[in-house]
Design a protein around this ligand. Structure first.
Ligand SMILES: [Zn+2]
Length: 266
């Protein structure tokens, strides 16, 4: 009797793929319907595979999947959009890869975030054409932090809550926001932030893309924004990544036999 498998359809962007077994490929994608998801493309590394070409990073795809024993299996793949600019220009590919990596590292599996999916599509489109990739990436990072729940506080001091005045300030990655010069004397590990950089960070946070685009940001300020956002993103990831490791080690202590039985495929 044929094994009736539950099928479902998804739209998503391929984040990465890895070789799996003899001829298969493990695909990580960020989908509109289910957020991040891993699925297996059987036989995708065989020369005649019809799926392989669709399942390249950056591609926006429509997939038909069947619930497999461990992982969903990709039974049909169709490309909805490609961004060849990322393959043609190495630097642009680097920017695009950074984008996909942020999505991958800040999301958990099976948690839909349609707003983040929309932001990803828009940014892929912009980044593949833009003459000012640094602007696109900074705007993305500010909006991205909103969507993943780490919106930095740029308007009030995170220590005393006073409204931020137009002067050079400090930023605390740990507290996730600006620290005013008065409070800064008592704090450690602060990052200075110029009034200029802060002005544009605030502008990005409260503006639509077309509003934000009207700003003529000096390159030196964009670099400062990049440095600050990078530090903040990294500090969240370092904090965030320790937790699963900790949970995993506790789980192993509690269930020493869990590792040797059952799910050995992952
Ligand atoms: Zn303060």
């Amino acid at each position: 009797m044929p094994n009736r498998q539950r099928s479902f359809r998804l739209e998503g962007v391929v984040l990465s793929h890895h070789d799996w077994g003899e001829a298969d490929r493990l695909i990580t994608l960020f989908s509109r319907e289910r957020g991040k998801l891993r699925a297996l493309a059987k036989g995708a590394r065989k020369p005649r595979s019809r799926k392989a070409g669709h399942l390249e990073p950056f591609n926006r795809v429509s997939l038909l999947l069947a619930q497999g024993r461990d992982l969903p299996l990709i039974t049909q793949a169709e490309t909805l959009a490609t961004y060849p600019a990322f393959q043609e220009d190495l630097l642009r590919m680097g920017y695009g890869t950074y984008l996909l990596e942020l999505i991958d590292r800040f999301t958990v599996e099976e948690e839909a975030n349609p707003a983040l999916y929309h932001l990803l599509l828009e940014t892929l489109e912009r980044l593949s054409q833009s003459q000012q990739p640094s602007f696109e990436l900074r705007y993305f990072e500010v909006k991205f932090l909103d969507e993943v729940g780490y919106r930095p506080q740029f308007f009030h001091c995170v220590v005393c809550q006073a409204a931020i005045q137009p002067q050079d300030q400090f930023f605390s990655c740990e507290m996730g926001g600006v620290v005013c010069p008065n409070c800064a004397v008592q704090q450690r590990s602060l990052q200075p932030v110029s009034v200029q950089a802060l002005k544009y960070l605030r502008h990005f946070q409260r503006s639509t893309y077309s509003e934000a685009q009207r700003a003529k940001i000096p390159p030196v300020t964009l670099r400062e924004m990049e440095g600050l956002l990078r530090l903040y993103l990294q500090s969240i990831l370092e904090r965030g990544l320790n937790t699963p490791k900790f949970i995993h080690s506790i789980a192993q202590l509690k269930e020493p036999q869990a590792e040797s039985s059952g799910t050995n495929n992952l």
